[in-house]
Every structure is written in C-alpha cells, then in structure tokens.
Design a binder for this molecule. Structure first.
Ligand SMILES: [Zn+2]
Length: 284
C-alpha cells in the first residue's frame, strides 16, 4: 500500500496485481531493446532485460467527507478467457481494501475512468450466482459518452461480457450517474477529458491548498510512454488521438508541479513529469 497527500486530500493505493511482462503485448514499440534504451526506467519500471513492470490497482481518494474509489480493477470470478491472468480470479482485493481502512460499504463514489475490463471489474461481485453491486452505498460515476459508445455497439464480444457482468448490474440497481468528461465531483476533485484510449476516457484532477495531482487513467499505461509519447497501446481506440492527448498532457504536466499518479504504474506509482531532451521523464 502507498499513500499520498495533496493538500487536505489523501490518496491510497490498493494493489490487485503487480507483474512484469514483455511490453509488446500492450505497446508494440516497447521491445526489450527499445525499453533498455530508456535508462531511467530501470530498475523501478522495467527489468534489466527490458520487460515492463506494471500494476493493476485502485486509488481511494478522501476529500472532505467523501470516499471516492477511482477504478475498480479486474474483479473476481469474471470470465475473461482472452487474458489468463484476469480469468476467474480469486484475489484478496476486497479484504485488502478493508484492511486499508475502506470496507466496501464505506465507498461513497466509484469513478470509472473508462469501461475497459480492468477498470470496472470490482463494480460487481458474484453472490449466489448473480452479479451484485460491490459498493451498495456508492453512486457509480460513468462518462455519458463512454457509456453510450459501448452500449450502442455490439461488435466486441469481450466488451459485451464486461458490460453484462460489471456495468449492467449497477445500472439496473439504479446506482449509475452518467456524467460529462469535465464533471466536478466536489470542491477538490474533478474529471478531465483525456480522449483517445477510449472515446469518453477521463483522468481525475485533485486540487487542494494550492497543491495538485492527476490520476492518469489509461491515457498512458506505462512510464515508457513519458519518454516515448508516440508509443501507442494495442488497446487505444483512436491511436492518433491518444498520442495527441499524451503530448498535450505531458507538456502541461511538465510545466507545473503536479503529482502524476499512474493508474498502471508499478512500484513508485507517482512522480513528476519533467522535460528530458526532446521528450520527458518521470522524476520520483
Ligand atoms: Zn487499464
């Protein structure tokens, strides 16, 4: 577990999975050789041989009286045959979340940065054969554009499964609020549109007492994309828009003292983007 403070706001990381793998699975340009050329990635974010370290975690943001869970990971018992590490998991996430001080009943808001399988998984849990909302006292905030996009197309079997087991049950329980990409959750927390990875993708901005942080979501997946903003992910819906978003966001982040908290950054999950030659690096 890691924790950060931004003014009066606390952010706590609860890890679901951490692992290392050959990066080309997700980022076709991230061959071991290309990764090793970016020396600052080792040892925190890449192994000596050039495999990428990554994490799936949720972030619990405490602001004022609100407890906000940003992204809900992969979940247990989900049928995800395309990704063996995600298929029919029996992980300890809910126990770990409670041990961090956040039993599931304590969550007031769930924010889904987008609706991919590894961001909505714990929206629901399996109880006596049915998917029920994991966080019964929460409003689940989902982007209107994102929701409309995935619920109006039916050409991706994998997303049909994700909607059926992780989105529709909370919708049918009337716990979903569809929000705009720049929605303000409370004085200190708001959404920021970071489109391209998905059509309605958002990041989460935290501002308090003159300090600022940004939870990335998946506009970048790994710190190597800070050095190489043109490295697109196989999961990017619109790769050229995703690249423009990374370049715009990294330029803005490098010009200001903003703590960047990576949604899939392993180990040292947070740092500051600084200029590095013609590109950027993450200073931790
Ligand atoms: Zn993701």
């Amino acid at each position: 577990m890691s924790q950060w403070r931004v003014g009066d706001v606390s952010i706590t990381r609860v890890i679901e999975i951490e692992n290392a793998f050959r990066g080309t699975w997700l980022l076709p340009d991230a061959t071991p050789e290309a990764v090793r050329e970016v020396a600052w990635l080792r040892p925190l974010y890449a192994e000596e041989q050039g495999r990428l370290r990554m994490s799936a975690h949720s972030l619990v943001v405490r602001s004022g009286g609100l407890t906000i869970l940003v992204d809900t990971g992969i979940g247990n018992d989900k049928d995800r045959p395309d990704v063996p590490g995600w298929h029919q998991r029996r992980g300890s996430f809910l126990t770990d979340l409670a041990a961090a001080g956040f039993p599931r009943e304590s969550i007031d808001r769930v924010v889904c940065t987008h609706l991919h399988a590894d961001h909505v998984g714990w929206n629901t849990m399996l109880e006596r054969g049915s998917w029920i909302p994991t966080f019964p006292n929460a409003r689940y905030l989902m982007g209107r554009v994102e929701f409309d996009h995935w619920t109006s197309r039916h050409d991706r079997e994998d997303m049909e499964a994700v909607l059926a087991d992780s989105v529709t049950p909370v919708w049918e329980a009337a716990l979903v609020d569809l929000v705009e990409t720049d929605h303000r959750i409370c004085d200190e927390i708001s959404l920021v549109p970071t489109l391209g990875h998905t059509p309605g993708h958002v990041s989460v901005r935290i501002t308090s007492q003159g300090e600022e942080a940004l939870i990335t979501g998946d506009f970048m997946h790994h710190p190597c994309q800070i050095a190489k903003p043109d490295w697109s992910s196989t999961a990017d819906n619109d790769p050229s828009e995703a690249q423009r978003t990374r370049e715009r966001m990294l330029t803005g982040l490098s010009d200001a003292p903003i703590l960047v908290i990576g949604t899939h950054f392993a180990g040292r999950t947070a740092g500051h983007v600084v200029r590095d030659g013609g590109a950027f690096r993450l200073a931790v």
